[in-house]
Design a protein around this ligand. Structure first.
Ligand SMILES: [Fe+2]
Length: 348
């Protein structure tokens, strides 16, 4: 059953309208209100399918009632038919259109016009409702798909994270003396990146690359990695291969960050004295410069097979000695600030 709300201050008019509707539009139920205020309340509560609204009423007139109906999102989509006085039709319709009325009916009401206008408005309402239902279904679908995509992205991120851990563990099993080095280096590199206000994407890349920066050591014989005392030039030439080997190992993985290049450049120094390529300054990624500082500081402050742990002061001394020559000045300043202001410490 369609519900029509008639708003008219004259009860007699409503009685006539009710009789007409019963006869001409038996598929409709008539709700009625004797003022604009009452009409607004009923419209909000009952959500009729169409409203028949008299213009001239004491208090809130038909124009204002229409304006308020159209301004309220809950009632805005209900078609409003304004009942216009025949002697002033053009002016009434113009004013009615301005406030948002959808159709007009001249008084006294003609039977055929009433039926035609009401049915036309019911069709409008019906197609709007159908459209709204379709939109709701679409919105639900988009929401559902977005949720699924997010979950799938989270799962992928977790898988990548686990893969990186597995890779990191692989080299640390072979080289137990650097076990934990990569993870500690990664947490310092991340803190440095934050201190340098690098963007979140770069930070994620730095953390990822730092966690596996020594993966290329997998190719170096264990005897060299865990050798106490000095290493020979030949052994050092093998060690110098590990950044390139690491880059080659991760090459098949398509990271959203230049992880391979960060690994390849973590032993480069800005004055060209690093290895394997002897790159200078701007040819080295900022991310690699950050990892380089974190790498050196972690390595010097920790135990190594060929020497005892030298502590954080010695580590900071080293990077300060190399500020602007070996190490990026901003990264060095960020690092010394973090430690001296007790804003960072390595996990055991
Ligand atoms: Fe390394």
């Amino acid at each position: 059953m369609n519900r029509i709300l008639a708003i008219d201050d004259k009860a007699d008019n409503l009685v006539v309208l009710r009789a007409m509707m019963r006869m001409l539009l038996p598929e409709c139920v008539l709700l009625q209100a004797l003022s604009g205020e009452e009409g607004l309340r009923i419209a909000k509560e009952q959500r009729p399918d169409t409203i028949l609204l008299d213009i001239f009423m004491p208090g809130m007139d038909g124009y204002e009632t229409t304006m308020r109906l159209k301004a309220d999102p809950e009632t805005a989509s209900i078609p409003v038919i304004l009942l216009t006085a025949a002697e002033n039709t053009a002016a009434n319709r113009t004013a009615g259109l301005k406030v948002g009325a959808d159709a007009f009916l001249s008084k006294p009401i003609e039977e055929e016009e009433l039926v035609a206008q009401v049915r036309a408005m019911l069709r409008v309402k019906e197609s709007e409702t159908a459209l709204k239902t379709k939109m709701d279904v679409l919105e639900d679908l988009v929401e559902q798909r977005t949720k699924e995509l997010k979950e799938s992205a989270n799962r992928l991120a977790l898988t990548l994270d686990q893969t990186i851990s597995v890779l990191a563990n692989t080299v640390e099993t072979k080289d137990p003396y650097t076990a934990g080095h990569q993870v500690r280096c990664a947490s310092l590199a991340l803190a440095l990146g934050n201190e340098l206000r690098l963007d979140p994407q770069q930070l994620r890349g730095i953390h990822m690359a730092a966690r596996i920066h020594d993966i290329g050591k997998i190719k170096i014989p264990s005897e060299i990695l865990s050798k106490p005392g000095k290493i020979t030039p030949l052994e050092f030439s093998l060690i110098k291969e590990h950044p390139g080997v690491g880059e080659a190992i991760v090459a098949p993985i398509v990271f959203p960050w230049p992880v391979g290049r960060m690994i390849a450049q973590h032993h480069e120094r800005i004055d060209g004295t690093g290895y394997p390529k002897g790159l200078f300054g701007d040819d080295i990624l900022m991310e690699a410069k950050v990892i380089a500082v974190a790498d050196v500081v972690e390595a010097i402050s920790s135990y190594r097979p060929y020497r005892p742990a030298l502590g954080i002061d010695a580590a900071l001394q080293e990077i300060e000695n190399g500020i602007g020559t070996k190490y990026d000045p901003d990264a060095v300043r960020a690092c010394t600030a973090l430690f001296r202001e007790n804003r960072f410490e390595f996990d055991e």
